[in-house]
Design a binder for this molecule. Structure first.
Ligand code: BV8
Ligand code: ZN
Length: 232
């Protein structure tokens, strides 16, 4: 059985990582949509760098929760038949044991060089504009996909959605495209669709089944159900 799982900020909420819609999506009084853009970075690079430096530093203080570790158990069983796509830029799926995670919106622990376009693992701050480890140019930006930029590995995601048997969306509001459109793509190609979210998302009507509650409770229960199904 082929399964595609899409996760959003809600899966990390119980780990203490604030979601975008908490406090109605504000960070230090700025709307996230106004900070997470190339324009904001061009006009006020230090403000945008600080937004990501703060979030990168906060990773040290959070731990994966049972939803992350349950998905790692599912990967043990399904192997390559599971594609885990996350919109999150934290490393909680990896720290929860998942070995193959597709970060369609990039990740905090990576830096992208505007000089050579190279990407390098990065744990420190970027506000002091350190030299790129690959080309030496001091042009490192957060390796995240901003509004108006193209998400990573869209071809691979679309290929997987077209042939999957099951599409499961966990902890996402369905507010941002193209991720919010994945359920329709999967459904159009014959997949069953399941939403696991605290409350009905904006796209909840597209799902065959929706369960509402905290991911830390819903995801382990769902993974246990998957384990007992012989059809895996
Ligand atoms: C693109 C990285 C072209 C950076 C992010 C008008 C109409 C439609 C679309 C557009 C439009 N104008 C512009 C667009 C396109 C735009 C877009 O969709 N804008 C929105 C605002 C309308 N999209 C883009 O620009 C994208 N690029 O379109 O390029 C293209 C298209 C297709 C193919 C090729 C090219 C790029 C968007 C990426 C932006 N970067 N993140 C960073 O992190 O700082 S977006 C960011 O917000 C997240 O990554 C995520 O994707 C998004 C939404 O966040 P969620 O993860 O859903 O979190 P949210 O807080 O919203 O919801 C949390 C949910 O969890 C809630 O439902 C809550 O109930 C639930 N929850 C809470 N606690 C729990 C829980 N669930 C379970 N358990 C809990 N405990
Ligand atoms: Zn470089």
């Amino acid at each position: 059985m082929n399964v595609v799982v899409l996760t959003g900020a809600g899966i990390s909420a119980e780990s203490g990582v604030p979601t975008f819609r908490d406090a109605d999506g504000l960070w230090e009084g700025h709307r996230v949509e106004d900070v997470a853009t190339p324009e904001a970075y061009d006009v006020r690079p230090s403000m945008v760098q600080k937004f990501y430096d703060d979030r990168r530093a906060a990773l040290a203080g959070v731990e994966p929760n049972p939803a992350h570790t349950a998905l790692a158990r599912l990967e043990e069983i399904l192997g390559d038949n599971l594609l885990l796509v996350t919109q999150n830029i934290d490393d909680l799926h990896e720290r929860g044991g998942s070995r193959h995670v597709l970060h369609m919106h990039g990740q905090l622990l990576s830096a992208l060089c505007r000089g050579c376009n190279g990407r390098s693992p990065w744990e420190q701050g970027l506000s002091d504009f350190p030299p790129c480890p690959r080309c030496g140019v001091p042009e490192l930006r957060p390796d995240v996909v901003w509004f108006g930029e193209v998400p990573y590995e869209m071809d691979r995601i679309q290929q997987a959605l077209m042939r999957t048997d099951l599409f499961v969306s966990i902890g996402t509001s369905g507010a941002v495209y193209p991720a919010a459109g994945f359920v329709q793509m999967a459904k159009a190609c014959g997949a069953r669709t399941l939403e696991l979210n605290l409350v009905p998302s904006e796209g909840t009507a597209f799902f065959d089944e929706a369960r509402h509650g905290p991911a830390g409770e819903l995801v382990p229960v769902w993974v246990d159900e998957m384990m007992t199904r012989s059809a895996l």
